[in-house]
Design a protein around this ligand. Structure first.
Ligand SMILES: Nc1ncnc2c1ncn2[C@@H]1O[C@H](COP(=O)(O)OP(=O)(O)OP(=O)(O)O)[C@@H](O)[C@H]1O
Length: 190
């Protein structure tokens, strides 16, 4: 696999966007994302002058996922994202490479949903990768002809406003606040 792969996922409109009658301007076709600028209609208002700015801009990525409507045939589920991105990370880890997933996006864009997910049905990349990791370690250790030992190091960081926060460590309680704990759930069979 190449060293870095980039995937883009389009989430459903949220309640605020629906309330404000926002229109979906993003389309996904295989590995290409196209964004339509609805304010550009191709002319400037002067009869013989055409606006040269592109109404539709397209960008190609290693993977592009449309996760807007669950009922749609091309809906990209948590499981599909794991099949693509998660498996490659697992393979790389078992080939002896350090592997990293970096989820980037503005607030509310779906990073946590993709990384952690929502319950067992919609488990995200992290629990699925950990499940795969530990079941492969167990498989290798249970093999009668090979006795191996594995060491697994995992870190889970958030970078927000240029500050790095360790999501696997309980935060230091502020005065008057409880101690917030991060719980990592691993679901069998994902
Ligand atoms: N692919 C998706 N399908 C369904 N719901 C989604 C999807 N992506 C995000 N959501 C929903 O959108 C909301 C915002 O997503 P999420 O909390 O993952 O964003 P975030 O990028 O982690 O935000 P923040 O940076 O503020 O933590 C959540 O309610 C989440 O369940």
């Amino acid at each position: 696999m190449s060293h870095i792969k980039v995937a883009v996922r389009v989430r459903p409109l949220n309640a605020r966007e629906i309330d404000s009658l926002a229109k979906m301007v993003v389309e996904v076709n295989k590995d290409t994302i196209s964004i339509t600028n609805p304010r550009l209609d191709g002319n400037t208002g002067q009869s013989d002058v055409v606006d040269s700015r592109e109404r539709v801009k397209s960008f190609v990525f290693d993977y592009a996922y449309l996760s807007t409507e669950r009922e749609a045939t091309n809906y990209a589920s948590q499981s599909q994202i794991f099949q693509d991105a998660g498996h490659e990370v697992l393979e790389a880890a078992f080939d002896g490479y350090n592997a990293c997933i970096f989820a980037y996006g503005q607030t509310g864009s779906g990073k946590t949903y993709t990384m952690m997910g929502n319950g067992e049905e919609e488990a995200g990349l992290t629990p699925r990768i950990l499940q795969g990791l530990f079941s492969r370690v167990k498989e290798a250790q249970d093999h009668p002809e090979c006795s191996i030992s594995c060491r697994v190091d995992v870190s889970y960081m958030e970078i927000y406003n240029e500050k790095v926060r360790d999501l696997l460590r309980p935060s230091i309680p502020k005065r008057g606040q409880g101690n917030e704990r991060f719980t990592l759930k691993i679901y069998p069979g994902t």
